[in-house]
Design a protein around this ligand. Structure first.
Ligand SMILES: [Zn+2]
Length: 375
């Protein structure tokens, strides 16, 4: 991937390229950042630049044989490691490399959910076991095909079992010349601290709203600039969320959420069960989007209620909703509403029955919305 294809992060890109040009290439590097911010694309751009045969001042050449292979994730010195659904006869990454390649080429901002959906193992845990750590060692024992760097990209190292992580640690402690590890992680807290301490940290933060809005406008020509910016703000710099919202129409989410809350407030039991039917039909990704959108709106309402309206980030008809709904929030219910939505999100990820879940959530909302502040 070219650096120019990675959204935003201009300063970081310049720094990474500068380091390589000055010969400062740490042998273990950790690209850390939240979902949808671009840690994986950044690491891929870094790998391509490292392997490029005609490095330019600001980017890989994009045309040399190495670039042509790296861009397809097929460079023989670019090794790919990622979590899979482990089973008796399923211990190594290698059989899944072409699947992973397809996923990343389709969406370089890939997250674990999408990868899991692709593998169709949504009830199972993605992991890397000790066999995968052995696979890493084996791959690195090969000579470099092109005589340059060997790059080992490890996506989501936080999903390694302890045994695997310890094995990886040994490899990191005895670096082979010209071998570069690129660890791409969204959750440093789950990583062994010993691994953390071995790797040079590159933080890839959430995208800036203006950068993300530009990227959305490029990708969705029908999207008004104001709308693109609204989505960028709401997604909080997460490209995957932003694309989902733009794709499926944020309007729909807003109307659904507003009308559902309204009927919860009015305790219209019949209408609420129609919403539960509707929720079920949305599909899992969309259900999660709706809940995340709801959490975002509740946060905006809380800011309004706490009288910091200058921090409220909404546009158009959402403003009216925030004005009105924030009046229902108080010390007795604000925290509870947020917690119920977060719990619902976790349960959807764990494949709870969406209709039952949403009905239950609705009844809880009915109670919470009618709560009044303690005197
Ligand atoms: Zn090149």
């Amino acid at each position: 991937m070219l650096f120019s294809k990675v959204i935003g992060h201009a300063t970081l890109k310049a720094k990474l390229i500068g380091n390589i040009r000055e010969g400062r290439v740490a042998h273990a590097q950790l690209f850390m950042g939240p979902r949808g911010g671009g840690n994986l694309p950044m690491a891929l751009a870094y790998a391509q630049y490292l392997l490029c045969e005609r490095q330019g001042e600001a980017d890989s050449c994009g045309e040399c044989p190495s670039c042509l292979q790296t861009v397809k994730l097929e460079h023989p010195d670019l090794h790919l490691t990622f979590p899979i659904f482990l089973a008796e006869k399923q211990k190594y990454c290698e059989p899944f490399v072409s699947d992973w390649r397809t996923c990343v080429l389709d969406q370089p901002y890939l997250d674990a959910d999408r990868w899991r959906d692709h593998l169709e193992s949504d009830n199972k845990q993605l992991r890397m076991g000790v066999d995968i750590a052995q696979e890493i060692q084996r791959k690195l024992s090969l000579k470099s095909f092109r005589g340059g760097y060997k790059v080992m990209l490890i996506w989501l190292p936080e999903l390694m079992d302890t045994a695997a992580a310890n094995k990886l640690l040994k490899v990191l402690e005895e670096p082979e010349p010209n071998t570069v590890f690129l660890l791409v992680s969204t959750d440093a807290e789950q990583l062994l601290t010993t691994i953390l301490s071995r790797a040079q940290l590159t933080k890839v933060p959430a995208l800036r709203p203006s950068d993300l809005a530009d990227a959305l406008s490029d990708r969705f020509p029908g999207l008004a600039l104001e709308e693109a910016l609204a989505i960028a703000l709401r997604s909080e710099g997460d490209l995957l969320d932003a694309v989902d919202m733009a794709d499926q129409g944020e309007e729909e989410l807003f109307v659904f959420f507003r009308d559902w809350l309204r009927s919860c407030y009015k305790r219209e039991v019949g209408v609420v069960s129609e919403f539960a039917e509707g929720f079920q039909k949305l599909g899992r990704e969309r259900q999660k989007s709706l809940i995340r959108y709801g959490l975002y709106m509740i946060r905006q309402c809380a800011l309004q209620w706490q009288e910091v309206p200058e921090l409220v980030r909404v546009l158009g008809q959402e403003q009216e909703f925030v004005q009105n709904f924030s009046k229902l929030l108080n010390d007795a219910n604000a925290e509870g509403i947020r917690r119920e939505l977060e719990t619902a999100h976790v349960h959807i990820e764990r494949n709870a029955n969406p209709k039952i879940l949403f009905t239950d959530l609705s009844y809880r909302m009915m109670g919470l919305l009618r709560m009044t502040a303690p005197a």
